[in-house]
Ligand binder design. Structure first.
Ligand SMILES: Cc1cc2nc3c(=O)[nH]c(=O)nc-3n(C[C@H](O)[C@H](O)[C@H](O)COP(=O)(O)OP(=O)(O)OC[C@H]3O[C@@H](n4cnc5c(N)ncnc54)[C@H](O)[C@@H]3O)c2cc1C
Length: 337
């Protein structure tokens, strides 16, 4: 294992922000990970996956551990279900494609989300009416302090909307090394109810879609709507959709009666952050090299040489304007470093 000093992270984060790691190491085996943690006990560490959910606003004064563990295997199956395990460093979309090719259903709605498998439980990734928690069986994680491998069940992960125990109470305590998903082999639960999936399938003349059709439809929709980080630096949705109380919603709705909303339960309502940002006048706006995407207001972009601080300043400006306009606070989804 080679530990590299003063390592440029620009090509390791999808925002394409230039920032240096004090030290950087890629780990390819569990034994390597254990050794690095043992040798760097009590030092500052920072964990890196695909770099698609972080905004680097400064150099990282720590040893950056790039989790590059590889491997995929079926660990259990019967006639109807397969439990498929993937190591943390596997690319998420490639894993989804592997599952579709092998007729394992359940992940197809999460096609084309960037990043690695090991990071998916951290914010309970979700898209097109599906979240990782819907198929999650367990994950294995290494305790940074003791180097023990621990298995976390779904309940222990405390999944919620873009949240888990690893983002909350246990933040920076564990490194996820692998994840097991419970997937269907027959009677796939095809979910085309969300967004434009049904329309995309109809446009292709598909009446009874397979999991492969759904994955392809979602891939096409995402490509048409979201900027490709290889062409325009971004981290997907920069903000979470705010969940507010019914009372807060009613106050805002009285003044803004066209506000879209989804009732979650008796006392909570979810409001699309993209709509709030668009109404606040930010859609397509550019400030130097930092901007708001022209098709999707939830996505902040780096037109080339924006610094992390410039993107952060823009995000603060958006948060303040949305709060002043609607009385609704929007929180970052991206990890600001
Ligand atoms: C174009 C685009 C579209 C996106 N669309 C979606 C979407 O539809 N839905 C969605 O939920 N997300 C979406 N995202 C966000 C992102 O892809 C996911 O959150 C993804 O799971 C992040 O994975 P990563 O490996 O890149 O994480 P990283 O950015 O590398 O890390 C994220 C956080 O997890 C920590 N971490 C990384 N690996 C580990 C590990 N093995 N153990 C413990 N901690 C770790 C890091 O320290 C950091 O705090 C999108 C991003 C982009 C760029």
């Amino acid at each position: 294992m080679e530990i590299i000093s003063h390592y440029q992270l620009k090509y390791h984060n999808t925002f394409g922000i230039s920032a240096f790691a004090k030290q950087f190491v890629s780990v390819h085996t569990i034994a390597d990970l254990k050794e690095v943690l043992e040798q760097h006990k009590n030092e500052k560490l920072f964990i890196f996956g695909g770099g698609s959910n972080m905004l680097l606003t400064q150099d990282i004064d720590a040893l950056v551990i790039h989790v590059d563990l590889k491997g995929t295997e079926v660990v259990w199956q019967d006639t109807e279900t397969a439990h498929v395990k993937a190591m943390a460093g596997e690319n998420w979309h490639e894993f989804v494609l592997y599952c579709i090719e092998n007729n394992f259903g359940g992940l197809e709605n999460l096609s084309l989300i960037p990043g690695n498998v090991g990071t998916t439980p951290i914010q309970n990734i979700g898209a097109y009416g599906t979240e990782i928690k819907d198929t999650f069986i367990s994950c294995e994680a290494m305790d940074i302090e003791t180097q023990q491998l621990i298995t976390f069940t779904k309940e222990e992960c405390e999944f919620a909307y873009r949240e888990s125990v690893f983002k909350g109470r246990l933040k920076d305590k564990y490194i996820i090394t692998s994840v097991v998903f419970g997937l269907t082999k027959t009677n796939h639960k095809i979910n085309t109810s969300y967004g434009d999936i049904a329309a995309e399938l109809t446009s292709k003349g598909i009446v009874i879609p397979t999991i492969k059709d759904v994955g392809a439809a979602i891939t096409a929709i995402r490509k048409s709507k979201l900027p490709d980080p290889k062409e325009l630096g971004n981290s997907g949705s920069f903000f979470k959709n705010p969940i507010i109380t019914v009372e807060e919603f009613e106050r805002a709705y009285l003044l803004h009666p066209t506000m879209p909303h989804y009732t979650l339960d008796e006392s909570h309502v979810k409001v699309p952050a993209g709509w709030l940002i668009e109404q606040a006048g930010f859609k397509g706006k550019r400030f130097g090299d930092a901007g708001v995407h022209s098709k999707q207001s939830l996505v902040l972009v780096n037109y080339g040489n924006a610094t992390g601080q410039e993107i952060l300043d823009l995000s603060k400006n958006i948060q303040k304007t949305v709060l002043d306009t609607f009385g609704i606070a929007i929180e970052e989804e991206v990890n600001v470093i």
